[in-house]
Design a protein around this ligand. Sequence first.
Ligand SMILES: Nc1ncnc2c1ncn2[C@@H]1O[C@H](COP(=O)(O)OP(=O)(O)OP(=O)(O)O)[C@@H](O)[C@H]1O
Ligand SMILES: [Mg+2]
Length: 373
Amino acid sequence: MSVSAVPPVEAPAEEALRPHAETAYAAELAALAAADDRPRPARWLLSPWAVATYLLGGTLPDGTVVTPKYVGPRRIVEVAVTTLATDRALLLLGVPGTAKTWVSEHLAAAVSGDSTLLVQGTAGTPEEAVRYGWNYARLLAEGPSRGALVPSPVMRAMAEGRTARVEELTRIPADVQDSLITILSEKTLPIPELGEEVQAVRGFNLIATANDRDRGVNELSSALRRRFNTVVLPLPASLEEEVDIVSRRVGELGRSLDLPAVPSGSAEIRRVVTVFRELRDGVTADGRTKVKSPSGSLSTAEAISVVTSGLALAAHFGDGVLRPADVASGLLGAVVRDPAADRLVWQEYLESVVRERDDWKDFYRSCREAAQR
Ligand SMILES: Nc1ncnc2c1ncn2[C@@H]1O[C@H](COP(=O)(O)OP(=O)(O)OP(=O)(O)O)[C@@H](O)[C@H]1O
Ligand SMILES: [Mg+2]
């Protein structure tokens, strides 16, 4: 067997399909650290002010432009960052696609320089993923020892004074969730097999995300809930804000996929976002016509992927300019989740709203063609 066929375990960071936030924005983080003369909590790489600036964007005294990562109320970010500097953990709550995961990753990157201490919550997440596991070969050979212990990301964050992340907390079985209680209240993780414990050092904290559409969010035990400050991430407040978010993210994703640039706030992006908002709100933007809402969530995140796929179609099979026909089928896929009920909702919306708009004729035609295919 040729050894060269085995890929290297770690490809160079610049080759990664999706670099971690601390890699992708290393230059911004370094410029912020250099400009930051405010007090930093123990083991934080930046002051709370600089972390908030990293998330919200701004221009530094030396002229470095920090791009906004999160577009939304400043206060939300300030409360989230401040929470991390206290002894309470942070719970980011919101409907799908409101940037919970995104904000969690960027907070961890800015505070600890490491967003990878991550536990992905699912119905099958075992206690080992939150506490620690064992390397069974070594456990059999040596018996329980520090060397045979496999620390979880949370245990590593405690020992190193960094930020741990737990994604989709409410999907984790209740007994496994409860293993977080001691960690968050006592700041210690006992290892009975060794008669030892790992004590969290200063700088440790934890960010959890939870989707408030998931069943079970109310079942978060009150003992655990009390250990968290909850910050709710809202849907974008206005059309302009959402167009801005989608334009920025499509630009960034497009660059990493070598796709052509779309003018910010292009007509197609505005139309996709308008359609998403109207269907989500159940009423047209002018407030005049009621429309039915489909079963899917139609989140900002989905608008981003509809536009990005459209851009890829335009690049590979069109002339590189995003046109209605490029977004129509993606839009249909996002809206029609339930083949029967959602299809009717979409047809009704096309006929009663889209068709009536004078400057949407080509868009109407493309959507109808896509729906008939
Ligand atoms: N207010 C916002 N500011 C900046 N980006 C946003 C905003 N809302 C959504 N996004 C973008 O949406 C995308 C998806 O967000 P993310 O995956 O973090 O959502 P989520 O809330 O974790 O969703 P889910 O509940 O499905 O896990 C990201 O690329 C993010 O940039
Ligand atoms: Mg998420």
